[in-house]
Design a protein around this ligand. Structure first.
Ligand code: CTP
Ligand code: MG
Length: 242
């Protein structure tokens, strides 16, 4: 059944979905790869559409798949589909261009975080609504993190090795997820002057000297990146039905 979006909502969600999914291995664009029989993008959009504040969803699809993605999502939720670009940042800019000025809160959410709960979308939107210009969901870092530099391997071992330079204080580190939320004018301004290819939009806001506020993330918002992540996501679908 097609979800209805909230015509009185104040949030647009941009969904960059134009990546190749190289780290997932051979098999076509990641957003169209199957998880429990359905494309990752379908899982992602279903959850975005279930968030009450969402008025508009703009998907940046692989350029060759725009029509296919429109057809795929038509039964799921009303979405605008645009062609994405060569870098994630470009895909986000192209999607942002489809958002009308009167929508004040814009979220950017990776299609690859296909199991993100609607509640996380709402909590990021709520923090932006409270006046924070940029909001990101974060989780503590679980592994011990080392800083390394070039070093020698043991005698007889081929190739260059690495040596530990130090141990980073993990208590001040966070893993960053999406959706990342912004005042519309803030995201538009930083994208208009963006030059590089940062992997997150909040990084652009940091570079502009504006505060970026953290809210608690969700383990269900994991980014499906490598083959093992697909197996984990499928298991999560069965045990938690997120
Ligand atoms: N993305 C995009 N346009 C690009 C590159 C990435 O819209 N040119 C999107 C991806 O579709 C994904 C999100 O940005 O939803 C996060 O990117 P990532 O997880 O790196 O996905 P891919 O780039 O597809 O994967 P890989 O880096 O392994 O090729
Ligand atoms: Mg990538």
């Amino acid at each position: 059944m097609t979800a209805q979006l909230n015509a009185r909502g104040d949030v647009a969600v941009l969904v960059p979905a134009a990546g190749a999914g190289l780290r997932l291995g051979p098999g076509g664009p990641k957003a169209l790869r199957l998880l429990a029989g359905e494309p990752l993008l379908v899982h992602a959009i279903r959850r975005v559409a279930a968030a009450d504040s969402v008025r508009l969803i703009v998907v940046a699809a692989p350029a060759a798949e725009v029509e296919a993605v429109r057809e795929l999502l038509a039964p799921v939720a009303p979405v605008t589909v645009v062609a994405g670009g060569a870098e994630r940042q470009e895909s986000v800019s192209l999607a942002l261009a489809a958002v009308p000025a009167e929508i004040e809160v814009v979220l950017v959410h990776d299609a690859a975080r296909a199991l993100t709960p609607p509640q996380l979308i709402e909590s990021v939107a709520a923090a932006v609504r409270q006046g924070h210009p940029a909001v990101i969901p974060v989780l503590p870092v679980v592994d011990t993190i080392k800083e390394v530099g070039p070093g020698e391997l043991g005698p007889g071992e081929p190739g260059p090795g690495e040596i530990v330079l130090g141990t980073v204080d993990r208590s001040v580190l966070r893993s960053v997820q999406t959706p990342q939320g912004f005042r519309h004018e803030v995201l538009a301004a930083v994208h208009a002057s963006a030059d590089g290819a940062l992997t997150d939009d909040a990084g652009l806001v940091e570079k502009a000297g504006l505060p970026v506020t953290c809210v608690p993330g969700s383990e269900l918002a994991l980014k499906i990146t490598r083959p093992l992540d697909l197996i984990l996501a499928e298991a999560l679908l069965h045990v938690r039905s997120p």
